[in-house]
Design a protein around this ligand. Sequence first.
Ligand SMILES: NC(=O)c1ccc[n+]([C@@H]2O[C@H](COP(=O)([O-])OP(=O)(O)OC[C@H]3O[C@@H](n4cnc5c(N)ncnc54)[C@H](OP(=O)(O)O)[C@@H]3O)[C@@H](O)[C@H]2O)c1
Length: 387
Amino acid sequence: MQSLLSSSVLASPCSSGKLAAAASVSAAARISGAAAIAVSRRSAIAGGGRCVAVASSSSSSSAVTTAEAGGAVPATMKAWAYDEYGDGTVLKFKDAVPVPDIADDQVLVRVAAAALNPVDSKRRAGKFKATDSPLPTVPGYDAAGVVVKVGSKVKGLKVGDEVYGNINEKALEGPKQSGSLAEYTAVEEKLVAIKPSNLDFAQAAGLPLAVETAHEGLERAGLSAGKSVLVLGGAGGVGSLAIQLAKQVFGAAKVAATASTPKLELLKSLGADLAIDYTKENFDQLPDKYDVVFDAVGQGEKAVKVVKEGGSVVVLTGAVPPPGFRFVVTSDGSVLEKLNPYLESGKVKPLVDPKGPFAFSQVVEAFSYLDAGRATGKEFVYILLNR
Ligand SMILES: NC(=O)c1ccc[n+]([C@@H]2O[C@H](COP(=O)([O-])OP(=O)(O)OC[C@H]3O[C@@H](n4cnc5c(N)ncnc54)[C@H](OP(=O)(O)O)[C@@H]3O)[C@@H](O)[C@H]2O)c1
C-alpha cells in the first residue's frame, strides 16, 4: 500500500500521463475551440513537468505586471455554473460568465487549479439553500493560482503572487456566487496565503478547506502534546490531514484512525500508530479510550463512547450527543501561513486521490466521484487556462 502513498502523496500529479491524455482527448471533445487550443498547449506543458500554464509569472519577482501574470483581465471567462439545485446534471459549462469585480480588500486570482469538497455537492443539492447566495452559482471553495489584480486596501499581496486558499470565509453563510471552478475568482486577502514553494498548483488547491477544517477541529478539541486522538475517516480529505497535523503540529502521542481494508497502510504511512479496519472491527467495542475523537464520518453516537473522561469529541457532520460538539470551518489564510513550513519541509503532505486529477472539462465526472464518498484524500479538478 506504500505504492498508494507514493503515487498519491509524493508523485506530482502534473507529470501524470493520465492528465495529459485526459486533457487532450476529453477536454478537446467537450469544450469550445478556444479552450481546446488551451488544452493542447497545457498538455505539452504537463509533459515537461510544469503543472499549469503560468510559467511566465513568478512570486519572487516584484516587477511582475498584470500582463506578465496572465495578460489583461477579460470581461468574461469560462466557468462551470448551475442555475438550479439538483444532481450533477444541473452543472453547465459556460464560456462567457462575467469575471467577478474585486472589493477593496480582495484580490483577483487567475485560477490554475481548483478542488472539490463534499460541501460543493451538498450545496449543489440545495442542502444549504436557506443560507446560500442567490443562484446562479459558480461552485468551488478551494483554489490555487496567480494574483492578477489587487484591491486598494490589499497590503501583503501583489500581482504575480502565487496563492492558495478557501475563498469562502464561512462555508455555509452566503458562500460566494462566483466560486473557484472558473478561470478567475475574487477572494479577500485574509483568506489566502502564498502557495508553498514545493507544491504545484494542484497539490496546493486540494488543501485549504480540508486542512483548515482539520486544524480548527483539533484546536477546538484542545489536542495538545502527549495526548491521544482517534480520527474517524482517516483516509478522506480532512481525515488524512487530521492524522498528519495531530502528529506533526499538535504533537499527539498516539494517533488511531479508521478506514476500510485497502486504506489501512495508507493511514500508517500518514503517521497513524493504529489503523482500525471499520469493515472488520467496531472501534467502540475496542478497549482503547482517547483524549480527543475527531469524527469526519458522522458517527457521533459511537464516538462519544470512546472518549476519556474530560476529553473532547469534535464532529464535522451528523448529530452528536454531549460532550461532543460540531462546528463549521472558518477560512483563514493565517492558518495556511502557519502550516506552510510543515508543508514545505514535507512533514505534512497533500494527499492526491489516485483517481484524479480531473481536467476542467471533467467537472461533472469529478462531482460524480465526490458524490460516491469514496475519495482518498482530495480530488483535483484542473482549471485549464485559455492561453
Ligand atoms: N463541518 C465542517 O466545517 C466540515 C468541513 C469539511 C468537511 N466536512 C464534512 O466532513 C465529512 C468528510 O469530509 P472529507 O472532505 O474528508 O470527505 P471525503 O474526502 O469525501 O471522505 C471520503 C472518505 O471517507 C471514508 N469513509 C467513508 N465511510 C467511512 C466509515 N464508516 N469509516 C471510516 N471512513 C469512512 C472513505 O474511506 P473508505 O473508502 O475506506 O470508506 C473515504 O476515504 C463530509 O461529510 C464533509 O461534508 C465538514
